[in-house]
Design a protein around this ligand. Structure first.
Ligand code: EPU
Length: 423
């Protein structure tokens, strides 16, 4: 297991490219199951989650080639059972369920277990697929869905207690592309990653309108065909580097971003006193650390509101921002594991009932800390950039799930980081 050692105090400068979105790539890779023809997908980030998805597709029978950011997938023949050993490693593998069911009329996937950021049930995915006519059975930790006579369009409301579901919307939308008749998804997730998937599916011949809003309408078609697609920029990777630049930068430029997707993250960084300048096209931004800083109140909520996937990183920025900040996570109220580790570095944080109250301190000090999930690990790396001394972050595999070459990108910006093999 690798560790990251971050020597705090270096000033970040220069520019880097932001990678393609991990969370857009995962369902798009799975959507290739919907056709027997070749799909070519560009800017797929080289992270362990996309590699797991590629392994799952290969195990299902797909022929997959990966060369740098481009993945070519051919699903001429696929089987309908996803292997437990691969599926259990990544919760997002649940998004093979919709396409497999639509293509094969049956699918077996293992029920995802608990996860460190919360309970994460799949009841809404199943409710949606049942509405399309699938029969759902549970046995031996697996979910089996069957629709021997094909799927039929339906009106489905996907709202859960914490709002819409991103991968649930993806699963139902993918299954509905090959259903007979019209499907309407109400309370759909409107995240840019859902829209990117819909664009991919439409390019394959699907008839989807309304993606990116709360109401998606899908007119079923008989078959889909091969396609070439470029994945959208990763707004969470961009936001993470924006926070790094605000913490420790002196003019850090991020290329290949999308201003529209970064609105609430930019607003939070600017409101806390930093400067963010976008070019006219909105695909490059430069972040300057501010001089007069202030605490913030942030509440995560579904897009277009502030994203839960940038909650931990913003907390890391705010622990050394003067004043009181209040950070509430309405989507995953238990997603505060990073706070205990940040406290070991000297942060003043109280977490209660899905809300962290942060009192800004002047500086953190290095300590050995442990990554607990993807975004929590990013928060620890950010905190370590300005901490006094060398912070050792163990269990780095969490960060490698979703950040492409994060240590190399930080090194390019002048950070003093080194990846070491844990003994
Ligand atoms: N929920 C249910 N029932 C369901 C599905 C979800 O109650 O059947 C609840 C969840 O427990 C949560 C809320 O609904 O409280 C939203 O969860 P959602 O289903 O939207 O999450 P997801 O689709 O499993 C994706 C991202 C997550 C991101 C969430 C929320 C991918 C691969 N994952 O997960 O990304 O936090 O949406 O925006 O797209 C990450 O990248 O670090 C990450 C965890």
């Amino acid at each position: 297991m690798d560790k990251l050692v971050v020597h705090g105090g270096a000033t970040l400068r220069g520019s880097i490219n932001i990678s393609g979105s991990k969370n857009a790539s995962l369902p798009i890779l799975a959507a290739a199951i919907l056709t027997g023809e070749d799909c070519i997908i560009r800017r797929v980030p080289d992270v362990s989650d996309t590699n797991y998805m590629i392994q799952i597709l290969s195990a299902l029978g797909a022929d997959v080639e990966r060369s740098s950011g481009t993945v070519r997938i051919s699903c001429a023949e696929v089987i309908d059972e996803a292997p437990y050993e691969l599926v259990r490693r990544m919760r997002a593998s649940i998004c093979v369920m919709g396409p497999l069911l639509a293509r094969k009329g049956r699918c077996v996937v293992s029920l995802p277990g608990g996860c460190v950021i919360g309970d994460r049930p799949v009841d809404l995915h199943l409710r949606g697929l049942e509405a399309l006519g699938a029969k759902v059975e549970f046995e031996g930790g697996n979910i089996t869905l069957t629709a021997p006579n094909g799927l039929r369009g339906a009106e489905i409301d996907l709202r859960g207690t914490h709002g819409p579901t991103v991968l649930g919307t993806d699963n139902v939308m993918m299954a509905a592309t090959l259903a007979e008749g019209i499907t309407v998804i109400e309370s759909a997730a409107a995240e840019p990653e859902v829209l990117d998937l819909a664009n991919f599916l439409n390019a394959m011949g699907a008839k989807i309108t309304g993606a990116g809003t709360r109401r998606i309408v899908i007119e079923g078609v008989k078959e889909l065909h091969g396609v070439e697609h470029t994945v959208i920029p990763d707004r969470i990777e961009a936001g993470t580097f924006m926070a790094a630049a605000a913490l420790a930068g002196d003019g850090v430029t991020l290329r290949r971003v999308c201003r529209e997707h970064l609105k609430t993250i930019t607003a939070a960084i600017v409101q806390s006193g930093h400067r963010v300048d976008f070019n006219e096209a909105g695909d490059t931004c430069t972040v300057y650390r501010g001089e007069t800083l202030q605490g913030l109140e942030i509440s995560t909520a579904p897009y277009p509101a502030y994203p839960t996937d940038m909650q931990a990183q913003m907390t890391a920025l705010l622990v050394t921002t003067p004043g009181i900040s209040v950070i509430k996570d309405t989507i995953f109220p238990q997603r505060f594991m990073h706070c205990a580790e940040l406290k070991r570095m000297g942060a003043d944080i109280k977490v209660d009932n899905g809300t962290a109250v942060v009192r800004g301190v002047a500086q953190l000090s290095a300590a050995p800390v442990m990554a607990s999930d993807l975004r929590a690990s990013a928060a620890l790396v950010l905190a370590a950039l300005t901490a006094k001394g060398a912070t050792e972050i163990s269990r780095l595999y969490h960060i490698d799930r979703g950040y492409e070459h994060i240590d190399e990108k930080l090194l390019m910006l002048g950070a003093n980081v080194e990846r070491v093999k844990d003994r």
